[in-house]
Design a protein around this ligand. Structure first.
Ligand code: V47
Length: 393
């Protein structure tokens, strides 16, 4: 068992005196405010930020680090939004554009019978022509074939797009999708909420208010969700904190966000990186991608500011295996899953593998001094007997 620093130990070890008040408030379990968040974002004393986040993580989740046996399906890369940070999307008809039929999605999912996944994570682009019926049929057929597998599907941005193309309110669309088998929404499409950043990175994407409204409506209908934040491009520390506080505000009302997932920007093959190389447009903070300090800080500050969100996830695909492992000492209590076939980050140059085995994930957790625990999507414990699994009672 690791000896973690005591509350007074954290204060004694802090090398940045400006952090002392924030430390005291976090240790006392008080809510942190925007100014505190800015100090945490700016201090070079990242070890203290990590120790504080680790303390909060232990109070909430003990020594457990969760993982999930899951499978990603990206049904289409055709997208009208054309976000400048995204190397995955293609405009309709472009070379490399693809859209799976429902039969193909179902065939890909059929392989799950063998791998024993508890979750299917399904995300695509904003396709101009796919009707709502395509999505309903996809979910109903997957749910009929794999009733015990949780379907986490379609970001808030896709849901808003489906509602707009079908000419129906978001609440109706979410209701029919839920009735077809939708279990929860992934956290994608949040990016950074600040209008300045959205205007520069993804001017066609729905504004923050609509993203948050789709999520709040989902929560109201009993559909929980995750929340992401894409960092490491042109954002400023105050915009990161604003993003977290907007999520916290909605969460105070709905309680529906399960997990906060900071996503590290991968620049390769993106329009944003090309514009930076040509010295046009907004300058990227770093053209080579995020540093370990950026990554660990986003996770730790997320853990500290989002005091009402139960979990913080390090998506190892984007973060890399080494940092994902280390991040358990910076507030992270979830390192996602076995994944299988991730396309979005790999299109943007991720060097991580396409999947991990359960043994590899468990070793990453155990070697860092934590207790691996398999979960389902909504954080119920999963118990395995050979290739069979069930939820713990
Ligand atoms: O919204 C796109 C991001 C997101 C790049 O809910 C990029 O459990 C880095 O949201 N570099 C989609 N990131 C993926 C996503 C997600 C992933 C894992 C788990 C969950 C969850 C959600 O990927 C997009 C965008 O923010 N993204 N391009 C890029 N070049």
């Amino acid at each position: 068992m690791l000896n973690e620093p005591t509350e007074t130990g954290i204060l004694d070890m802090a090398t940045d005196p400006a952090l002392r008040d924030v430390c005291r408030r976090a240790i006392d379990g008080q809510r942190l405010h925007a100014d505190d968040g800015l100090l945490l974002m700016r201090t070079p004393d990242l070890p203290t930020v990590g120790r504080l986040a680790s303390l909060v993580r232990r109070r909430r989740n003990g020594r457990v680090t969760w993982y999930i046996v899951n499978h990603h399906i990206n049904y289409s890369n055709v997208c009208e939004n054309r976000c400048r940070f995204c190397a995955f999307h293609r405009v309709p008809g472009a070379e490399g554009a693809y859209t799976m039929t429902v039969d193909e999605v179902v065939a890909e999912a059929r392989a799950l019978g063998v791998s024993g996944a508890t979750e299917l994570h399904i995300v695509g682009g904003l396709h101009p022509d796919l009707p709502l019926e395509y999505y309903i049929e996809m979910l109903s057929r997957l749910h009929a074939m794999l009733p015990e597998v949780h379907l986490q599907a379609f970001t808030a941005v896709e849901i808003a797009h489906l509602a707009d193309t079908a000419g129906r309110p978001v609440r109706d669309v979410l209701t029919v999708l839920r009735d077809a088998g939708l279990g929860s929404l992934p956290g994608g499409g949040a990016e950074v909420f600040a209008p300045r950043v959205r205007q520069a990175l993804c001017p066609r994407k729905i504004p923050a208010e609509r993203w948050l409204d789709v999520m709040a409506t989902a929560h109201d209908l009993g559909i929980p969700s995750n929340a992401t934040m894409l960092y490491g491009h042109i954002e400023r520390p105050e915009e990161i904190i604003d993003h977290m506080l907007r999520l916290r505000q909605v969460q105070d009302r709905t309680g529906g966000f399960m997990t906060f997932i900071p996503l590290a920007f991968h620049p390769h093959h993106t329009e944003l990186a090309a514009a930076a190389a040509a010295s046009s447009g907004q300058p990227l903070r770093r053209t080579s991608g995020t540093t370990a300090y950026d990554d660990l800080r986003a996770l730790a500050v997320g853990r500290l500011m989002l005091d009402n969100v139960p979990h913080v996830k390090a998506f190892w695909i984007m973060l890399g295996l080494e940092l994902a492992q280390l991040s358990q000492h910076f507030g992270v209590d979830d390192i996602d899953g076995t994944v299988v076939q991730e396309r979005i980050t790999h299109a943007a140059g991720a060097a991580t593998p396409q999947s991990l085995t359960v043994e590899e994930i468990r070793a990453m957790i155990l070697d860092a001094g934590y207790e691996p625990q398999e979960r389902n999507t909504v954080y119920r414990r999963v118990v395995r007997h050979g290739s069979m699994w069930q939820l713990a009672t």
